[in-house]
Write a protein that binds this ligand. Structure first.
Ligand code: IMP
Length: 498
């Protein structure tokens, strides 16, 4: 006889709907907070909170440095994938930690270069202004497209056409964008080179970027105003990997595993907690209350839940293991709340895999998840690490599972020793920039929370009332019994348009 046989069906997020609650006048979408704990932290440190409840999956086709930067600026976090060499992952973490919004590291030109050589570089890069340096790498001037005419000056040296340093306003060791902006305004200039004490160029600030960069009120950062960075690790090479990631001052680690209820995972968490006490570790994935207890007792600071539901996942098909994400959240969150009552430690729960639309995010949060991880949603964005391709006049981006043949190839098929695959490879429709998409997504989440009278996620957990839908109710929830206009017909599959 099996240890446990549950005869009730496992439920997905798609099968639930929220019932509205009382909405007061104070509960307008603009006043609703989406702040949520990233990990448990004893002293409630600011850096361990997200300002929006969304994180991108630790996958090759989703979470690289660009996603890490953009998502942290918007208040979420990318889990930088670990199915790559330790060095390249550490380089991504470094890039995110060193990112200074608005401070651009531009290509430099040598003062002794000819104008025609620079013109070739300009054509490829698309930039019109370049800083100029001498042989010792010291900043000596700026050259922009207004300073030369290539038909007249192609043989001239850059140093003969550039604006010399003496005539340029520069900033020394400035790291604050507001200060840089002030200097630009006062000097009536459009670009400010930032130098170190020796006169070497550190970065440039362009006036045209400033307003855009100052406009990230939800950005999550550490005490030194650097973006928060989360990196995935595995239970194989973690000792070497964590060493390098810690050197780059990664803020949080997350073990990337389809089954976290294992001794490997507990050993990994214990080893990190012992050697790197300052770095919280997220454990997972688990789908039972028992799995939650096991990882929390091993020292995990947040728990990722979900198995078998991912859009690229074939684990259920291949191994017969898995559970509907809604059922998983309900069971694990109950255990999380019991654990909180017993110990006073609130361990965040992350819903992961198969969250196909904003309404799924909302349902996951309503059921008690603290934030949601998505792969497919983020793979469609400009900021994911893949190249766009055009298929049948539609712009697409490739998306593949970490257990697919494509991802396993990074290191001699270590996932399942390469004996079978647990993921597939496909394409998703390109959706544009993350910022524009998130704006709509967050507006919908806030609107649903408002309908339930919840001003923040913690209130949402307490106030939400949910109901299981019948198959007919799901059908009724879509447009029916009308002839749809062409535009709506094309968009009938609302999941794929989101
Ligand atoms: P999505 O948001 O539905 O696309 O699911 C993304 C999630 O699927 C990830 O966060 C992982 O938990 C999971 N996942 C990633 N790659 C694979 C795979 O190859 N097989 C099974 N699950 C995967």
């Amino acid at each position: 006889m099996a240890k446990r046989i549950i005869t009730e069906s496992s439920r997905t997020l798609m099968e639930y709907r929220l019932l509205p609650g009382y909405t007061s006048v104070d509960c307008s979408p603009d006043s609703i907070s989406l702040r949520t704990p990233l990990v448990y932290s004893e002293d409630n440190k600011k850096k361990y909170y997200l300002n929006v409840p969304l994180v991108s999956a630790a996958m090759q086709s989703v979470s690289g440095a660009q996603m890490g930067i953009e998502l942290a600026k918007l208040g979420g976090a990318a889990f930088i994938f670990c199915s790559q060499s330790i060095e390249s992952q550490a380089e991504m973490v470094k890039k995110i930690k060193n990112h200074k919004a608005g401070f651009v590291k531009p290509q430099t030109m040598q003062a002794d270069m000819k104008v025609k050589e620079m013109f070739e570089i300009r054509k490829k890069s698309g930039y019109s202004t370049f800083p100029v340096v001498d042989k010792n790498d010291l900043f000596v001037g700026l050259i922009s497209k207004w300073d030369y005419d290539v038909s007249l000056h192609s043989e001239s040296l850059i140093k003969g056409r550039m604006i010399k340093k003496e005539n340029i306003e520069v900033g020394t060791n400035i790291t604050d964008l507001v200060e840089a902006n002030q200097i630009l305004l006062e000097s009536h200039k459009s670009v400010l080179p930032i130098l170190d004490n020796d006169g070497k160029l550190l970065s440039m600030v362009f006036r045209k970027d400033i307003n855009d960069q100052l406009d990230f009120p939800l950005e999550i950062h550490d005490e030194k105003k650097r973006l928060i960075t989360v990196a995935a690790i595995n239970t194989h090479d973690f000792k070497e990997r964590v060493k390098l990631l810690a050197k780059e001052e990664v803020d949080v680690l997350a073990i990337d595993s389809s089954d976290g209820h294992t001794q490997y995972q507990a050993d990994t968490i214990r080893w990190i907690s012992d050697k790197y006490t300052q770095i919280p570790v997220i454990g997972g994935n688990i789908i039972t209350a028992e799995g939650f207890r096991f990882l929390v007792e091993a020292g995990a600071s947040a728990i990722k839940v979900g198995m078998g539901g991912g859009s690229i996942c074939i684990t259920q098909e291949q191994k017969g293991t898995g559970r509907g994400l809604a059922t998983t959240i309900i069971e694990v969150v109950e255990e999380r709340d019991d654990h909180f009552k017993e110990t006073g430690k609130y361990i965040p729960v992350i819903a992961d895999g198969g969250v196909t639309s904003t309404k799924d995010v909302t349902i996951a949060l309503a059921l008690g998840a603290d934030y949601v991880m998505m792969g497919r949603y983020f793979a469609r964005m400009e900021e994911s690490p893949t190249e766009k391709i055009v298929v049948n006049n539609r712009v697409m981006k490739p998306y593949w599972g970490e257990g697919s043949t494509r991802a396993q190839n990074w290191k001699s098929k270590r996932y399942n020793q390469g004996k079978f695959v647990e993921g597939v490879e496909g394409m998703v429709e390109y959706a544009g920039h993350l910022r524009d998409n998130m704006e709509e997504t967050l507006a919908k989440i806030r609107s649903s929370m408002g309908t339930c009278g919840a001003m923040n996620i913690s209130e949402f957990h307490k106030l939400a009332e949910l109901e299981v839908l019948s198959a007919l109710s799901i059908k009724e929830g879509k447009p029916h019994d009308i002839y749809l206009s062409t535009e709506n017909r094309d968009n009938q599959d609302y999941h794929s348009s989101e």
